[in-house]
Design a protein around this ligand. Structure first.
Ligand SMILES: Nc1ncnc2c1ncn2[C@@H]1O[C@H](COP(=O)(O)OP(=O)(O)OP(=O)(O)O)[C@@H](O)[C@H]1O
Length: 233
């Protein structure tokens, strides 16, 4: 693969005539975690959805190594995990994972499932349990496990830690880091939890009202105090 798996160039996006994102340029690279930070309403989810091909750019472009963003989403090259827990509550863990596997990849399902279980052992222990009986954290892990069944190259994660206890958040963030490093996945991580996101990210972009106010290496921001953060956001 030449070039980044997914990138945005001068991307503008929004809803109807309303423009939410203004000329955002980023690159998601294999094996790296790009954190997207910013206050509520800054445009983080809009950015992810446009990168995923769920929304069309109003101007600028999203370039995907696998072709159009919609084709990449359909083929599983790009996978979007929304902040709402999206699992089938009446199905078991195994059934949820199988349902997420593209029909053409059914033969690979056992290997992919083993890999998801490696990242989230609780899913293996409770593989015959209905997902609706799971805690919020376990459902979030199952959502990411379902994304892995598509063997993606790009993982777009919208606020994976939302509403979870700190210890569960730590486990999730550690798994995100491992996923990028071990699977050579390009991870784009939208997060409100700045400290934890910076702990696992390689690069960071900060959005304010849909505009990039900072982009660079994550370690450059890890030493900022609260006042400096407030000024940046
Ligand atoms: N479906 C929609 N139709 C119209 N406006 C929308 C829609 N979804 C979001 N917006 C608006 O777009 C702006 C950016 O929203 P977005 O959800 O991308 O921000 P965010 O940074 O992800 O915020 P949060 O952290 O609260 O999810 C907000 O002003 C929001 O009200």
């Amino acid at each position: 693969m030449t070039g980044p798996p997914l990138s945005c160039d001068q991307l503008c996006a929004g809803y109807g005539r309303k423009r939410v994102l203004h000329e955002v340029t980023i690159r998601a690279l294999g094996g790296r975690v790009l954190a997207v930070l910013g206050h509520n309403g800054a445009g983080k989810t809009t950015l992810l959805k446009t990168m995923a091909g769920l929304m069309k750019p109003q101007a600028g472009q999203v370039t995907c190594a696998a072709g159009s963003t919609t084709a990449a989403l359909r083929s599983g090259f790009t996978t979007f995990v929304p902040s709402e827990r999206f699992v089938y509550p009446d199905l078991t863990v195994e059934e949820n994972l199988l349902l997420a596997t593209p029909a053409r990849s059914r033969r690979d399902a056992p290997d992919r499932m083993a890999r998801a279980f490696d990242y989230y052992p609780v899913l293996a222990h409770r593989r015959h349990t209905r997902a609706g009986l799971f805690s919020g954290g376990q459902q979030r892990m199952l959502s990411i496990g379902m994304a892995l069944m598509r063997a993606p190259s790009v993982l777009l994660l919208d606020e994976p830690s939302l509403g979870l206890a700190p210890a569960v958040q730590d486990h999730l963030f550690a798994s995100v880091r491992r996923l990028a490093s071990q699977e050579s996945l390009a991870v784009v991580l939208v997060e409100q939890n700045v400290t934890k996101a910076l702990g696992v990210a390689d690069e960071v972009i900060v959005l304010r009202a849909g505009r990039t106010v900072h982009s660079g290496a994550a370690h450059e921001l890890s030493g900022l105090d609260r006042t400096q953060w407030w000024e940046l956001f």
